[in-house]
Design a protein around this ligand. Structure first.
Ligand code: CAA
Length: 392
């Protein structure tokens, strides 16, 4: 049968451009040579790999999706997803340090900031001179973001912040903190405001670093504000827009976490494949057993499907379409695939999978957080269902 459109022209085809392939391969090389060899040490010592951040900055990756006039690389979000996947294949800690900076902090400054804020705050973030962190959850509010109790009271041209924020990725390491705070509790989500708070501000302190199951090199802590002054000039959008800033930021962030989950799953699978060609049992390589072959085939099928959903969401974002549901589909599926397949990879390694001599137990521990942060899998189902019921 004659077709007029080849598969590569189809909107559902994700054949990468030459630039996308070049960037992906460059990041793969850096990740394999520089990040992978020390990923186990970073995990075991709970060490924040500052030198990895410096290498990302030196490779012009910290401002990847932002226009060149702000010091960005002017690349698309599909390229960003490819980069996050490559980082996560080698070191999940490095991928979340990067995505919390790009998706969750630099992006809202670009999207909701004015020109002065883009010059003053975004530019040094694009160069990697400054690192970002996103502060939405609180000790008492996780999924119910609108219930935030951290207060921002406007006095003249200054907000006075009081309260705390929990689970802050890049915790003590960041320079700029995007804080969603409440200006009027009676208004719930309509009272929230988004403020850029600088490290070193008066009354801004850090709690203890969390001792986590996975992504153990990433710096996660509580932050506290005690009468912290924040200039009104650091407010993104307007008073009352904080919830929309947070939600639309999370839409993009969820694509980053989907890419991270795909990378974790693929990284573990790559180690498992190699092992099936080295390990022998009953006189043959374990990769010759049908039980193992089926596991490898099923895992790779699911990983490819998760990658396609992730790229589909990135392309929707690049086209300027509404992409909340696409991002939720990608994050939900990719996170669950990462969890399922890393458990199977540990199984393939048997006893060796359960000890730190091989890296698959680390991938399994790293995978779990992708089902929790930037909206749990239950929240993704809620976002998807409410979009379906509204017919959009
Ligand atoms: N973009 C823009 N606006 C949005 C939006 C979106 N994606 N989703 C909702 N809104 C708007 C709605 O249009 C509505 O606007 P109006 O009031 O003008 O009508 C308003 O926000 C309220 O919407 P909902 O009634 O749907 O809000 P809700 O209170 O029911 O909450 C929710 C919806 C989906 C549960 C949301 O609270 C949510 O996503 N929660 C999860 C929070 C989360 O992901 N936290 C992760 C923490 S960050 C993290 O993990 C960081 C890290 O460091 C790695």
């Amino acid at each position: 049968m004659q077709t007029t459109t080849s598969l590569k022209d189809s909107p559902l085809s994700f054949k990468l451009t030459e630039d996308q392939t070049l960037i992906r391969d460059m990041v793969r090389e850096i990740s394999e040579n520089e990040f992978a060899p020390k990923a186990a040490e970073v995990d075991q010592k709970h060490r924040f790999p500052r030198e990895n951040w410096e290498l990302l900055a030196a490779s012009d990756l910290c401002g990847l999706p932002f226009p060149e006039e702000y010091g960005g690389a002017g690349l698309d979000h599909l390229t960003y997803a490819l980069v996050v996947e490559e980082l996560a294949k080698a070191c999940a800690t490095t991928s979340v340090m990067y995505s919390a900076h790009v998706s969750l902090t630099a992006t809202p400054v670009y999207e909701f900031g004015n020109e002065e804020q883009r010059e003053r705050i975004l530019k040094p973030m694009c160069s990697g001179e400054k690192m970002g962190a996103f502060c939405l959850s609180e000790p008492g509010t996780g999924s119910d973001s609108a219930a935030a109790t951290c207060m921002a009271e406007l006095k003249g041209d200054t907000f006075i912040l009081n309260g705390s924020k929990n689970w802050i990725t890049n915790g003590i390491e960041a320079d700029w903190y995007l804080v969603i705070a409440q200006t009027d509790s009676s208004k719930r989500h309509k009272g929230l405001v988004a403020l850029m708070v600088e490290k070193g501000s008066e009354g801004f302190t850090f709690g203890k670093l969390e001792d986590k199951l996975g992504i153990r090199g990433s710096s996660t802590c509580q932050i506290m504000f005690d009468n912290t002054p924040v200039p009104k000039a650091n407010m993104l959008a307007e008073i009352g827009d904080g919830f929309k800033v947070a939600m639309s930021t999370l839409d993009g962030g969820r694509i980053g976490i989907a890419a991270q989950a795909v990378g974790i799953a693929q990284g573990a699978w790559n180690h498992a494949l190699k092992y099936t060609k080295e390990r022998q049992a009953f006189g043959k390589y374990i990769g010759e057993f049908q039980a193992i072959r089926h596991m490898l085939a099923e895992m790779q099928t699911e990983i490819d499907a998760a990658r396609l959903l992730t790229h589909h969401a990135s392309v929707a974002q690049d086209r300027g379409e509404k992409f909340s549901r696409e991002a939720a589909h990608a994050k939900l599926y990719a996170a669950e695939v990462a969890m399922r397949s890393t458990v199977k990879c540990v199984q393939i390694f048997g006893g060796y999978g359960y000890v730190s001599e091989y890296p698959v137990e680390r991938y399994m521990r790293d995978a779990k957080i992708t089902e929790i942060y930037e909206g749990t899998s239950e929240i993704q189902r809620l976002v998807i269902a409410s979009s379906l019921l509204k017919g959009n």
